[in-house]
Design a protein around this ligand. Structure first.
Ligand code: ADP
Ligand code: MG
Length: 303
């Protein structure tokens, strides 16, 4: 198993930045740690990457304990910290050489650096000064740095923050590509990012996990009703619609158009068609509203 966090609590003075957080990330998963500012995302990532000890609880990476076996953990984990600290005066290739030295990458060093430069799309930039690069390309250098020692697990703290829409797309695509071969935990406060990149989201709020599920499942989490809009070609009465099994509430929104709230266990769309056919009517439009992950996130993380 890749990353196991068991009952992690982290206190700064009296404040609990993390409060009894537990989760498991399986090998190969791409998981989003989603939460508003101050939720505890960076703190959790620093604990996994051995930069900060937890106040209590245990974290292991590939069964190595982050405290007892931190050298082993560091070998397995690549980390892109928040705000991607880089040496702006170094040249891209020079910087990667420097990082390779830190990781004691020996003989394969040249080959590894050139592979990573290819993977992260830095071929044209490799001889440029990091300070001269755009934010998107600096982010690529940050990812290259995190990947250089060929870790199994990547921890990326807000990897797309501050990027323009094009750069954002490029970095997301790069992370998706990397995610095909690695286990990835990335943090973000952007719901669409999780929807775009991750298989699963762990939603964290005030240091506590408020949801942990596949992104596809999360969308249905807080809805306990379906909302269906239907337009007929003729008049119907509210009472007639209310008789359909599973219908909870009926509201007329414009001429011959109804907003129907119904039991999600019972998909009433088929019944609506049968209802129309029986009366010699036509269904002009039928639309089931799906709650977005963004709405789920907001409802889970409001105070
Ligand atoms: P996020 O990354 O989700 O925005 P952080 O993990 O950075 O959240 O912070 C979680 C909480 O812990 C915040 O309230 C923050 O102020 C606090 N915190 C983080 N680091 C420290 C620190 N070194 N000293 C004191 N408080 C801290
Ligand atoms: Mg943070």
């Amino acid at each position: 198993m890749s990353v196991i966090a068991k009952n992690i609590t982290k206190k700064f003075g009296k404040q609990k930045a993390l409060d009894d957080v537990s989760f498991i990330i399986q090998p190969g998963e791409v998981v989003g740690l989603l939460g508003p500012n101050g939720a505890g995302k960076s703190t959790m990532m620093k604990i996994i990457t051995c930069f900060l000890p937890a106040s209590s609880g245990e974290v292991s990476v590939n069964n190595y304990d982050v405290i007892e076996e931190s050298i082993q953990v560091r070998k397995k984990v690549g980390y892109l910290p928040e705000n991607n600290p880089l040496y702006l005066d170094m040249y891209v290739k020079e910087y990667l050489g420097f990082i390779a030295g830190i990781y004691k990458i020996g003989k394969v060093r040249k080959e590894r650096i050139s592979n990573i430069i290819g993977l992260t799309g830095l071929e044209l930039e490799q001889n440029k000064r990091i300070g001269a690069l755009s934010k998107g390309y600096r982010q690529r250098v940050g990812l290259a740095q995190a990947l250089l020692h060929n870790p199994d697990v990547l921890i990326l703290d807000e990897p797309t923050s501050g990027l323009d829409p094009n750069q954002l797309l490029e970095i997301r695509n790069l992370i998706k590509k990397i995610g095909q071969e690695k286990t990835v935990l990335l943090s973000t406060h952007i719901m669409q990012e999780v929807e775009a990149i991750c298989d699963r989201a762990i939603i964290i709020h005030n240091g506590k996990i408020v949801a942990d599920d596949y992104t596809a499942n999360l969308s249905g989490m807080v809805t306990n009703q379906d909302i269906i809009t239907v337009e007929f070609n003729k008049k119907v009465k509210a009472e007639e619609l209310e008789e359909i099994h599973g219908v909870k509430q009926v509201q007329s929104i414009k001429r011959n158009t109804w907003k129907i709230t119904s039991d999600p266990e019972k998909d009433i769309r088929q019944d609506l068609f049968e209802f129309a056919v029986k009366r010699g009517m036509t269904v002009l439009s039928l639309n089931k509203q799906v709650q977005s992950l963004e709405e789920v996130f907001q409802s889970l993380t409001k105070k």
